[in-house]
Design a protein around this ligand. Structure first.
Ligand SMILES: *[C@@H]1O[C@H](CO)[C@@H](O)[C@H](O)[C@H]1NC(C)=O
Length: 171
């Protein structure tokens, strides 16, 4: 479930380019991976990607305390170096981010994810989620990286996903 969040980052980057009509671009995912060593709370069972879809399965092993903080940082590849982008989702309690953010709410509607806080033990998944390009027009082309983390003040990062993708002209 926390995993779902990953998707958002890719979407957020497009929010700055509201428009109607057919997008002239597509998203190509190159890598998705876990960046957390701490599996006490969440086990990132599966992270996989198709060309433009992601699948995430995670097992919450222990109820996640409500002071968990979620943050998403965006980077854009500039001349071979990933530079931090001002676009992102500021650090805030995960429960707020997951249930009050419009994009998250939309994604979570149709997936096997927790529907309430706190996040209780269980296995959750997002299957073949296609990054939505229908609502946004003409974002800057290039390679991006989204770094989603959930952290506890006492434990550091308890769940983290790094997604690398490119925005390219539609073939
Ligand atoms: C991801 O974000 C976390 C927390 O802000 C940071 O500690 C980590 O170094 C970042 N990792 C990458 C690969 O950007």
């Amino acid at each position: 479930m926390i995993a779902i969040s990953t998707v958002i980052w890719a979407l957020t980057i497009l929010v700055y380019h509201h428009a109607q009509g057919d997008p002239s671009y597509e998203i190509q995912i190159t890598e998705i991976k876990s960046i957390s060593d701490n599996k006490e709370y969440v086990d990132p069972v599966e992270l996989s990607a198709g060309t433009s879809t992601i699948s995430i399965k995670s097992t919450v092993k222990k109820e996640v305390p409500q002071d968990a903080i979620c943050e998403t940082l965006f980077y854009k590849n500039v001349d071979g170096n990933f530079k931090k982008s001002p676009i992102g989702i500021a650090a805030a309690p995960c429960c707020e981010v997951m249930f009050e953010n419009e994009l998250f709410k939309r994604i979570m509607e149709n997936q096997n994810v927790p529907k309430a806080c706190p996040f209780t033990p269980g296995t959750y998944s997002v299957e073949n989620y296609a990054l939505d390009t229908s609502k946004h027009k003409n974002p800057p082309r290039g390679e991006y990286r989204a770094n989603f983390t959930a952290s506890l003040p006492s434990e550091g990062i308890i769940y983290g996903v790094l997604l690398t993708f490119s925005i390219v002209d539609k073939a």
